[in-house]
Design a protein around this ligand. Structure first.
Ligand code: ATP
Ligand code: MG
Length: 241
């Protein structure tokens, strides 16, 4: 029997309305994909084809313009992420949906170890336990120990990305979204990420990931979905209304 997908995206579209310029920008259009437990679906396509916009719609950074984002919860219930309210969005982010974005967001002066431990603390882990797991994850990501107590504000791109990944991978959410997770990593750290992704697959985590390098798609993906740059050009607002 085929396992039920954790996520089914049907006819997803996102348009941005630029009121001050009177234009509508199509970003993603008619995206369809499935993500299964313990599998990785890769999202590929040229710059500007809307890959990040798909992930941001699923995480509800953006409200989708069209389509269904059907998410099956741990308890078997299916929710349309395009319809759930803000309160539910926050609850899902805390417990079931994780996102490693292209850029790390953090509070000023927050030490790297705290940033990585935070998702576990929010889920109710004891501080001590959360910090132990955070240190293990930072070590697994090859971040030098002298940097663990420091804010990533002054880190190099690759160092920031290691903190970002450690934070995203630590909580083992049911659905993990990854936006170019290895973009600024050296080959040794990339290999570590690949093996961590493999171990997450064994634990049943469903992943949807954006990659630019075809080599990584070959190494990690179970399915590939290709987006094309929208052929529609920016439309004057009055023609849409
Ligand atoms: N907040 C926004 N407001 C207006 N337009 C946006 C917004 N976010 C994205 N877009 C537009 O949507 C299109 C798709 O952007 P997106 O970031 O999803 O592309 P991408 O496929 O992830 O590209 P890359 O490979 O460069 O990361 C782009 O043309 C972009 O300018
Ligand atoms: Mg992108």
């Amino acid at each position: 029997m085929k396992e039920k997908p954790v996520l089914q995206v049907r006819g997803y579209a996102k348009r941005f309305v630029l009121h001050e310029q009177g234009k509508v920008i199509p970003s993603s259009y008619d995206v369809n994909l499935d993500v299964y437990p313990g599998n990785l679906t890769a999202l590929i396509g040229p710059t500007g084809s809307g890959k990040s916009t798909v992930l941001k719609g699923i995480y509800r950074t953006y409200l989708p313009s069209d389509g269904q984002l059907l998410f099956t919860r741990e308890n078997g219930e299916t929710l349309d992420l395009a319809q759930v309210d803000e309160h539910q969005v926050l609850e899902l982010r805390r417990n079931e949906v994780g996102f490693v974005t292209q850029f790390l967001h953090f509070l000023p002066r927050q030490p790297s170890e705290d940033i990585v431990a935070q998702p576990l603390v929010q889920r109710g882990y004891r501080q001590e336990q959360a910090h132990k797991l955070a240190r293990d994850m930072l070590a697994a990501m090859n971040l030098p120990e002298r940097l663990w107590g420091i804010s990533p504000a002054t880190f190099s791109g690759g160092e920031k990305q290691r903190v970002n990944l450690a934070r995203g991978l630590i909580a083992k959410p049911r659905l993990l979204l990854l936006d170019e997770p290895t973009a600024s990593l050296d080959s040794k750290t990339t290999d570590r990420v690949v093996s961590l992704v493999e171990s997450l697959k064994h634990e049943g985590v469903a992943m949807l990931a954006v990659f630019h390098q075809p080599e990584l798609v070959t190494r990690m993906a179970d399915r590939v979905v290709e987006l094309e740059t929208p052929t529609l050009t920016a439309t004057p607002l009055e023609e849409i209304a």
